[in-house]
Design a protein around this ligand. Structure first.
Ligand SMILES: *Cc1c(COP(=O)(O)O)cnc(C)c1O
Length: 489
């Protein structure tokens, strides 16, 4: 029996495990599909036709009453994803923060699924938990914390990290919050964000039971950064009423225009008022890895907590977010519970972290592996080079746009460019700009979007792909010029 191991006839013939030959064939095909996509994604239309009926019709042939061979099943879904997907990894995708993925990140996802470590308790997965803690300290150090004092947890993304930040700030500000909840308070807690902050903070306020009106939107200056004077005044006004300010959120890299709030000055105000300072650096935090951009994040180390999304500018597969804090006790106070059924006895008294009592999730996937493996292979320098290249491409885009009659309204230091059409009377009109964007997207040549920056309509193009080259940027500019011509009425 021993020699047989688990290659028993029952397991081998199981449709769950598959036999050795099927597995070998399957992995070859997975590899071919992944490599083919990396090789030819640039030849696919960036955006598919948007036809719900066609996608559903294709899916109608999926029949779980029949068995399919692994090869046939794989070909079926690969075909669907190649055809019906906006290709985020296309070098001419200038979209939301959806990067092309690192190869090590893709490999990591397979390993994480195969080994499937349980990241609820340390004793189940010492290697995985410690790899993540190693990353927490490494990023803490990069962001201006003392690495050894940095605590944190991996999350599904920035939204969960921001939600975690609200919960930790509430726990810290109101000692009864964890046990008695908001109803034990005799005043309404409020927090402060800029009017350009991410909307996940509104959802987080709802999910914490605060309600979205507890989120005070502070106006921005002409560079789309929080107006620090207005912040101070609003805190004073709220305090003079029955509100209880507890938190300020500075954004380091707004979603619209990559604007960075003046973190140091916001930190002065937060400190002066005794409020928790959270910095939402979901996208922009990556600038800390590039020596010549690091100064943009001056003051980041003063934050009580930080949101950073490796699945954005570090190009690892979704969903990989990170919540960091310099307060070692706060995650435990916020999430700590001690159920009898968790295997905790063996590590009692050891200096280890059990993630389930330290974060929102319970059974958790090995999120950090895709970051760990990507960093081991690229190194900080490899990442700095890739990020630098993307910023250069955005600067090139900005100057090419200016040359052909577009007006750029923001600083492209974080690889985001927002602009309108200076050459046309209606060039700043939201409908016109959306028509231009749709013309470009429908052609399949490139993908960009529109948004409102401080209330003004703009086109928005972000270099999210480390493989994007000058010729791709030039193609976007040509497609825009072509769209402008096509839309003459
Ligand atoms: C993307 C983003 C978020 C939300 O993060 P998800 O990973 O999508 O959950 C929050 N804040 C900022 C500034 C972002 O760019």
């Amino acid at each position: 029996m021993m020699e047989l191991g688990y290659k028993t006839p029952a397991a081998e013939s199981s449709r769950l495990m598959l036999d050795a030959e099927s597995r070998a064939g399957l992995w070859r095909r997975v590899l071919e599909a992944v490599e083919a996509y990396a090789d030819d994604v640039h030849t696919l239309p960036v955006r598919p036709e948007l036809e719900p009926e066609a996608v559903r019709a294709a899916l109608a042939t999926a029949d779980f009453d029949k068995e399919l061979s692994p090869d046939a099943a794989l070909d079926f879904v690969v075909g669907l994803m190649r055809k019906y997907q906006t290709h985020n990894s296309h070098p001419r995708y200038f979209g939301l923060y959806d990067p092309a993925t690192t190869t090590m990140g893709v490999a990591a996802e397979t390993l994480a699924a195969a080994f499937n470590p349980q990241l609820a308790v340390w004793s189940q997965s010492p290697a995985a938990v410690e790899m993540e803690q190693h990353l927490v300290r490494a990023f803490g150090g990069r962001f201006g914390y003392r690495a050894t004092d940095t605590d944190g947890t991996f999350t599904s993304g920035g939204a969960e990290a921001n939600h975690t930040a609200l919960l930790t700030a509430l726990t810290r500000a109101f000692p009864d919050f964890a046990s008695k909840g908001l109803r034990a308070l005799d005043s309404q807690p409020v927090l402060y964000v800029s009017s350009e902050a991410h909307h996940s903070l509104l959802k987080a306020a709802r999910m914490c039971g605060l309600g979205s009106e507890a989120v005070r939107e502070i106006p921005v200056d002409e560079k789309f950064r929080m107006d620090v004077g207005a912040l101070s005044r609003r805190i004073a006004r709220d305090r003079s009423q029955w509100f209880a300010p507890f938190m300020v959120v500075a954004t380091a890299g707004t979603t619209n225009a990559g604007a960075i709030d003046p973190i140091d000055r916001v930190a002065d105000v937060a400190e002066g008022a005794g409020l928790w300072l959270h910095v939402d650096a979901a996208w922009g935090g990556a600038a800390a890895l590039v020596p010549e951009l690091r100064h943009l994040l001056e003051g980041l180390g003063r934050a009580d907590s930080i949101t950073f999304d490796p699945h954005k500018w570090l190009s690892v597969p979704r969903g990989a977010g990170l919540y960091l804090t310099r307060h070692a006790d706060v995650l435990g106070r916020t999430f700590g519970v001690r159920p009898a059924y968790m295997p905790l006895k063996k590590t009692e008294g050891m200096n280890v972290v059990d993630p389930f009592g330290h974060s929102m999730q319970w059974s958790r996937r090995f999120i950090g592996l895709r970051v760990f493996l990507s960093l081991l292979v690229a190194g900080w320098d490899g990442y700095a080079a890739a990020l630098r290249h993307q910023v250069e491409m955005a600067r090139h885009l900005s100057s090419q746009l200016e040359r052909s009659g577009w007006e750029v309204v923001n600083d492209p230091s974080l690889a985001v460019v927002c602009f309108f059409d200076r050459a046309r009377a209606e060039g700043g009109d939201a409908d016109y700009l959306e028509a231009l964007a749709e013309h470009v997207r429908a052609s399949g040549a490139a993908w960009l979007s529109t948004t409102l920056v401080a209330g003004r309509a703009v086109l928005r193009a972000c270099v999210t792909n480390y493989r994007t080259e000058r010729r791709d940027v030039d193609a976007l500019v040509s497609a825009l010029v072509e769209a402008r011509r096509a839309l003459i009425v």
